[in-house]
Design a protein around this ligand. Structure first.
Ligand code: KMH
Ligand code: ZN
Length: 277
């Protein structure tokens, strides 16, 4: 059997839900995001998944805040930048598409696309089909490939429907988001079912929540996939010990991936693996 490709480590740095009360290490400003992103790159991350925040720390999908963050990151390093179109629960499609208004040198390298509705803690991450089609069309219009966010198995089937409608291309890249309360649980057999369900030639990343994050880096490493770590999904390096930044979670992820014999992808290799333009 041939060796798996280098493993892509993504740092989900900011999110929309974690606050400075949860962890003082959450980056909020463009400068803070860029500084942590550069350290993530140094530690081995090939990509960052970013949200942005207003100066008071509340979640935003504002185009100009994304522009500032993207410029600040690119000034410091060559890490790939994936912007969220999920935003925060309750945001409109228009609001969520804020980063997709960035073109030319400020265009992100990739954007997320959630293909179905899911309970999200005590709330609902609302993704009705017309909204999903609209976001998919807008990602396509600026020439990006989406990362299909799968909080549940049916979201893979829905991606097939979008492909039939010409809104995304297959094979695609999927992110299996496991362990969100209300979504699919972080169980190894769930991961195995999902990866067996995606179209031939597709690529996948696993983003497991909270205490599952680092163990699932190892499962992904063994299964030849990729992994996402970071403060959006988990603020702890170990039980009761806060990670001192996204970079510290990347350091640990890289260590665990290497222990399972995986090489770590550079941004250039990740661009090729993910077929990004
Ligand atoms: N904040 C969640 C409601 C994404 O970035 O595409 C949605 C989310 C997904 O984080
Ligand atoms: Zn996100």
């Amino acid at each position: 059997m041939s060796a798996p490709p280098p493993m892509i480590i993504t740092a989900a740095m900011v999110g929309a839900e974690v606050t400075r009360k949860d962890t003082p290490y959450l980056p909020i400003t463009a400068e803070e995001i860029a500084e942590d992103a550069a350290k993530c790159r140094e530690a081995g991350a090939a990509m960052v998944h970013i949200h942005v925040r207003n100066p008071d720390g509340t979640p935003s999908q504002d185009t100009e805040l994304f522009r500032a963050a993207i410029r600040a990151i690119r000034k410091k390093c060559d890490i790939l930048i994936q912007t969220s179109t999920g935003g925060a629960v309750g945001m409109s499609a228009e609001e969520r598409c804020g980063p997709l208004k960035l073109t030319g040198g400020d265009r992100p390298d990739m954007a997320t696309l959630t293909t179905g509705t899911v309970n999200f803690g005590e709330e609902v991450f609302w993704n009705p089909r017309p909204l999903v089609r609209e976001i998919a069309a807008r990602i396509k219009a600026i020439g990006l490939r989406p990362e299909i966010e799968c909080f549940d198995a049916g979201m893979i089937d829905e991606a097939n429907v979008l492909a039939k409608a010409g809104l995304i291309e297959l094979p695609a890249h999927y992110d299996f988001v496991l362990g969100v309360p209300g979504g699919l649980g972080a169980r190894p057999e769930a991961l195995d079912f999902l990866r067996a369900s995606i179209p031939e030639g597709s690529t996948w990343t696993c983003a497991a929540m909270a205490r599952h994050q680092l163990p699932f880096v190892e499962l992904a490493a063994v299964r030849g996939g990729n992994a996402r770590v970071g403060l959006e999904d988990n603020i702890y390096l170990s039980k009761g010990v806060l990670a001192k930044g996204n970079w510290e979670l990347v350091v640990e992820a890289v260590k665990r991936a290497r222990a399972h014999g995986r090489e770590i992808a550079t941004p250039e290799q990740a661009r090729e693996i993910l077929r990004l333009t």
